[in-house]
Design a protein around this ligand. Sequence first.
Ligand SMILES: Cc1ncc(COP(=O)(O)O)c(C=O)c1O
Length: 373
Amino acid sequence: VFHVKHETPSALRFLDAALADAAARDLLRERPPPSFDAKSFCSNDYLGLADALAPPHPAGAGASRLVSGDRQEHADLETAAAALVGQDAALVFTSGYAANVGVLSALAGPEDTIVSDALNHASIIDGARLSRARVLVVPHADVGAVRAALCRPRPGRAFVVTESYFSMDGDGPDLQALRAAADAADAALVVDEAHALGVFGPGGAGLCAQAGIVADVVVGTFGKAFGAGGAFVAGPPPLARWLWNRARSFVFSTGLSPAVAAAALANIRTAAGEPERRARVLENARFFRAALEEVGVRPLGFGPIVPWVIGEPAPAMRAAAALRNLGLDVRAIRPPSVAPGTARLRLTVTARHAEADLAQAARRIGEVAAKLR
Ligand SMILES: Cc1ncc(COP(=O)(O)O)c(C=O)c1O
C-alpha cells in the first residue's frame, strides 16, 4: 500500500477552524439522522412513488450521451417529459442541479441579462453566474420588479427565470403576469417546475399549465414527485439540440443511468394512471395547513411544502430535535439554504400520510411551538 504520511498543506489547514466556526453558529451540517419513517415530514416524494421497484434496466450509460451513452431509455423519458409539460422536445440531465446550470450557461452570455427571483434555487444562481450574463436579482415573486428590470437598456437577449413552486417557501409568482411581462420585453421565460410537476396542474403538468400559460423553457426533475432521479429541460426542438451541443453539464458528464431513466418513466406513468395520488397529496396539504392554523402555527405558502419559519438556527434545530423525540421525522433548514433570520422547519406532506398522521403531527408541532414562545 502506498501511504506516505505528510503534513497538511496550509491550503487545507483552514478547514478545522472554518468547521468549528460554523458549528459555533449552529450552521454546521452533518450527515443527517437516518429517516425512520416512510411517512416522514421531510421528503419530496409527494406522490409516494420513491419506493416503487424499478423495472430491470442497465445500471450505467457508460459514457456521455454524445459519445456512446445515449440509450432508448433516455429517448423514451424525453418524449414523456416533453408531453407532460406540453413542450415539443426535452433533454434529460443527470440532476436538476445539472439541468439548471447547463441550460442557463448554454443560453445566456456576457451580453445578456438574466432577471432572477431572489429566492431561486442555488442551481439557478450558479447557472446564471456561469453564464457571465448580467444578473438582475429581483425581490421574491415581485412581477413589478421584473417589469422594471426588463425596462433597463440591454445589449443582448433577456431571460426571466423563476421557480413555479418555491422549494423552501411553498409559494410561487403570478405566472400569467410574469408571462405578460416577459412578452412585453421580448424576453424568454424560464420556469423551474421541480416541486410542482406531478402535484399541481391538469394531469400533474405543473403550475404553468394550471395558470394557463406556456413557458419558453421548462426545467423539471424526476427526483421529487416522480420518486426517481435525474431531470429535464423542455422547450422547442432547437433548444434541445443546442443543449445537446452546449450545455456543459450535459456534454461532459456520463448519461443518466438507464435504470434510473426507466424508473422515472415508470413512475410518470403510475402518476398519470393513478390520479388519486395527486388528489390525496393536495387534500392532505389543505388538511395539514388547517390543522396547523388551529394550533397557532401559520405556515407560508400553499400546497404540500409547508414552511414554518422560526428565525434563528438554534431554536429551529431545537424544534426539529423535539419533534424527532416525539416521533416526527422533521428537519430544520438553515442559512445559506434560506436567508439569515428565516431558519425554518420545512414540513412536507405526501400522498402517504393519513389524516390521522397529519392531525397528530399538527398537535405535536403545536406543543413544540408553544414551548418556543
Ligand atoms: C427548484 C429546484 N430546482 C432544482 C433542484 C435540483 O434538483 P435535483 O435534486 O434533481 O438536483 C431542486 C432541488 O434539489 C429544486 O428545489
